[in-house]
Design a protein around this ligand. Structure first.
Ligand SMILES: Cc1cc2nc3c(=O)[nH]c(=O)nc-3n(C[C@H](O)[C@H](O)[C@H](O)COP(=O)(O)OP(=O)(O)OC[C@H]3O[C@@H](n4cnc5c(N)ncnc54)[C@H](O)[C@@H]3O)c2cc1C
Length: 396
C-alpha cells in the first residue's frame, strides 16, 4: 500500500483546510492537504455572503474573480412585511464567487509550500492506542495511507475524520437548506442582501436573497426541526409569492446543512484537531461559517506546528487551539446560539413587534453574537410586556 508522510495532514480543502495548510507551510512545517473533489471550491453549497474582513483576513482582496457584488445594505423583512434596513457604516459585505474564492485559498496554501492532493477521499483515521497517527484514504480506487504527527479534520459538517476518531457522530441542532441560483432578473438594487424571517417563510431559520448582480441571485431557505415540509418546498413557495422571482430561470439547485448547536465539546484529541464546520464552528443565528473557518484554520495550523516543535501533540497541548478560538470566535458562536434559542420562543406576531422596537445596532449585535447581553438589556427597556418577559427569560 502506498504511504505518504508529513508533519501535518489536513483532510478537506475548504476555507478551514486551506487556511490551516497555508499557516502550517508559512511556519516552515511539512504539510499535505487532501481533497475529494478535483478542484477545491467546486461544487458550491453556499449563499456566498462574506464580510470585507472575512475576505481580507483570508489574505485576499475584494476583487474579481473572488467577489461578484458589493453589499451595502442588509434588509431584514419581518413576517408582516415591515423591513428594517441596516446600512453599511463600519462594515461592507460581498457576494463571493465561492468556487474562485476557495480555489484561490488553496492556491495560496500551495504557493506557501503546502502539497495539495485532489481526488482523494479519506475513509477514516488511523489510531495507535488513543493517538491519531494518520488517515486512510482512497486514491485512484486503491487504499493509501497518510501518516502525520498531527491530523487536521477540515472535512465539513459530515466529517469522516470526526466520526471515525470516535468524537461526536453529529450535531444536536442543524439547519437544512435549499437554494437556487436564479438568473434573468431585473433587480432595482443589487447591493441589498435580504433576510426574511418568520415561520411562514422558514421555521427556525430564514430565507435569503443574496444578489450576485442585477440579473442573478442566490435565493435560499434554511429550516430547523420545526418545519412541516422539506426546505425546497418552502423555497418554491417563497419564489412563487414574489413577482421578482416567479419567472426567473433556475440555473442551479443546491442546498446543504449548517450545524447550529455551536462548537462541539470535543474537537481535539491526541494527534488530532477538528476545524471549521467539522467542529461546529458557525455563527448559529446566520449560518455563517466561512469567516469562522478561516480564523479557526489559522489557529489550528499554528498550534499544530508549535506542538510538533515542542514534541508534544497530546490532547492537552493541542487544546491551546480550542482555548484561543473560544476567546473571541467561540464566544460569539455561543452568544449567537443563545439568541437563536430565544427567538425559537417568538411567534411571527412577536417577531413583527420585535421589528418595531429593535435598533439597527442591536440586530447586528444579536445576529453576530457580539455584545449580546447589553443589546438584550437595551431591548427589554423598549419592549412591550410580552416580549420583555420572553427576553428576560433568556437573560436569566
Ligand atoms: C446552503 C448553505 C449556504 C451557506 N451560506 C453561507 C454564507 O452565505 N456565508 C457563510 O459565511 N457561510 C455560509 N454557509 C456555511 C459555509 O459554507 C461553511 O460554514 C463553510 O464552507 C465551512 O468551511 P469548511 O472548510 O469547514 O468546510 P467545507 O467548506 O464544507 O469544506 C470541506 C471540504 O472537505 C472536503 N471533504 C469532505 N469529506 C472529505 C473526505 N472524506 N476526503 C477528502 N475531502 C473531503 C469537501 O469536499 C470540502 O472541499 C452556508 C452553508 C450552506 C449549506
Amino acid at each position: 500500500m502506498q504511504q505518504y508522510q508529513s508533519d501535518v495532514l489536513i483532510v478537506g480543502a475548504g476555507p478551514a483546510g486551506s487556511m490551516t495548510a497555508k499557516t502550517v507551510a508559512e511556519l516552515g512545517a511539512d504539510v499535505i492537504f487532501i481533497e475529494e473533489h478535483e478542484t477545491p471550491g467546486t461544487p458550491v453549497f453556499c449563499g456566498e455572503g462574506l464580510s470585507i474582513s472575512g475576505i481580507m483576513n483570508a489574505g485576499l482582496d475584494p476583487v474579481e474573480p473572488y467577489v461578484c457584488q458589493q453589499i451595502t445594505t442588509a434588509r431584514v423583512v419581518a413576517p408582516n412585511g415591515k423591513t428594517v434596513d441596516l446600512h453599511a457604516t463600519d462594515w461592507t459585505g460581498y457576494t463571493l464567487d465561492r468556487s474562485e474564492f476557495d480555489k484561490a485559498l488553496s492556491e495560496n496554501a500551495v504557493k506557501a509550500g503546502a502539497k495539495l492532493m485532489t481526488k482523494i477521499c479519506a475513509t477514516g483515521v488511523i489510531k495507535e492506542g488513543d493517538q491519531v497517527v494518520g488517515v486512510r484514504a482512497i486514491k485512484d480506487g486503491k487504499e493509501v495511507e497518510f501518516r502525520a504527527k498531527v491530523v487536521i479534520g477540515a472535512d465539513g459538517h459530515w466529517s469522516i475524520i470526526r466520526r471515525s476518531a470516535g468524537l461526536a457522530n453529529y450535531f444536536d441542532d442543524w439547519v437544512t437548506c435549499a437554494q437556487y441560483k436564479l438568473s434573468g432578473l431585473n433587480l432595482d438594487d443589487s447591493s441589498i442582501n435580504e433576510f426574511w424571517i418568520g415561520a411562514k417563510y422558514a421555521p427556525g431559520g430564514y430565507a435569503w436573497v443574496f444578489p450576485k448582480n442585477k440579473k442573478v441571485v442566490n435565493i435560499g431557505v434554511g429550516v430547523r426541526e420545526r418545519h412541516t415540509k422539506p426546505a425546497i418546498e418552502y423555497l418554491k413557495d417563497f419564489i412563487a409569492n414574489d413577482p421578482r422571482f416567479r419567472n426567473a430561470k433556475i440555473e442551479m439547485t443546491s442546498g446543504g446543512i449548517c450545524p447550529v448547536s455551536g462548537t462541539l465539546d470535543k474537537i481535539v484529541m491526541d494527534g488530532l484537531i477538528l476545524t471549521g464546520d467539522s467542529a461546529g464552528q458557525l455563527i448559529p443565528m446566520t449560518g455563517a461559517g466561512i469567516h469562522c473557518s478561516i480564523e479557526s484554520g489559522k489557529i489550528a495550523g499554528r498550534v499544530a506546528v508549535e506542538a510538533i516543535r515542542e514534541g508534544d501533540v497530546s490532547k492537552k497541548r493541542l487544546s491551546a487551539y480550542r482555548a484561543e478560538f473560544d476567546t473571541y470566535w467561540g464566544r460569539r458562536i455561543t452568544e449567537a446560539g443563545k439568541v437563536l434559542h430565544m427567538l425559537d420562543k417568538f411567534s411571527d406576531d412577536d417577531l413583527d413587534v420585535l421589528a418595531e422596537v429593535i435598533s439597527h445596532e442591536d440586530i447586528m449585535h444579536m445576529a453576530n453574537g457580539l455584545n449580546v447581553a447589553s443589546a438584550m438589556a437595551g431591548l427589554v427597556k423598549k419592549s412591550p410586556m410580552k416580549l420583555m418577559h420572553l427576553i428576560r427569560a433568556f437573560m436569566r
